[in-house]
Design a protein around this ligand. Structure first.
Ligand code: AP5
Length: 189
């Protein structure tokens, strides 16, 4: 089995961007990682059953359904033998409160080597969300994003306690994407 790296961060922090650029950088050194988007795996199940027609609807679904889709995504990813980067969330902000992105039954399947928190200043995240018209993001202010980033750290600490994985924080500030990618690549080598 290859390495399992779980990469998390609030929506719009830039985790997908950092992941794509890191994979490219490592490929040029002969190191291969496959990126899997956990939300896409969940969405494939949710849409095939007629529960969601876009990814942003999933966090509004009944909690039991979201758990069912989490389980399906986790068992699909657990079967992948190559080095894998799982693009997901430490917690998901739902109308009922924060939902653990990696509850015990997901962690047991995934067995991550490391959980990464990609973080940025809240005002920069807000601007990135506002620029991205392709997504149906929740309207949140500075304080909501701050609370969510803090909560994600608490959750990551509990994931580390449960599995023994390490937790790495990678900052992804404006104009310094290359530095974020270099830090991520160093972790994955
Ligand atoms: P997901 O697919 O993760 O979508 P998301 O939360 O909306 O996050 P994105 O991937 O769109 O944003 P990103 O942080 O990757 O930012 P990006 O790189 O695009 O999840 C979808 C849904 O799936 C969730 O809502 C949830 O329902 C469900 N889900 C997923 N995992 C789950 C789990 N474990 N349990 C339960 N449900 C789960 O970048 C954003 C913008 O910033 C871009 O314009 C980019 O160019 C820009 N940018 C990036 N870096 C920089 C930089 N350094 N400087 C300037 N601009 C930058």
């Amino acid at each position: 089995m290859g390495k399992k790296v779980v990469i998390t961060g609030v929506p719009g922090v830039g985790k997908t961007t950092v992941i794509e650029k890191t994979i490219e950088a490592l490929k040029s050194e002969g190191i291969e990682y496959r990126a899997i988007n956990f939300g896409t795996c969940m969405f494939e199940v949710a849409s095939s059953k007629g529960y969601a027609s876009d990814r942003d609807e999933m966090r509004k679904l009944d909690q039991g359904l979201q758990r069912e889709f989490q389980k399906a995504a986790a068992s699909h990813i657990a079967g992948i033998e190559e080095n894998v980067i799982v693009d997901t969330h430490s917690s998901v902000s739902t109308p009922q409160g924060y939902l653990a992105g990696l509850p015990e039954w997901v962690l047991r399947e995934l067995k991550p080597d490391v959980v990464v928190l990609v973080e940025a200043d809240e005002d920069q995240i807000l601007k990135r969300r506002l620029k991205d018209a392709s997504r149906n993001r929740d309207l949140e202010g500075y304080r909501d994003i701050l609370d969510h980033q803090q909560f994600n750290r608490f959750m990551a600490a509990s994931y580390s306690m449960m599995t023994g994985c390490t937790v790495k924080i990678i900052h992804n500030p404006d104009f310094l994407l290359e530095k974020s990618v270099a830090n991520m690549a160093e972790l994955l080598r």
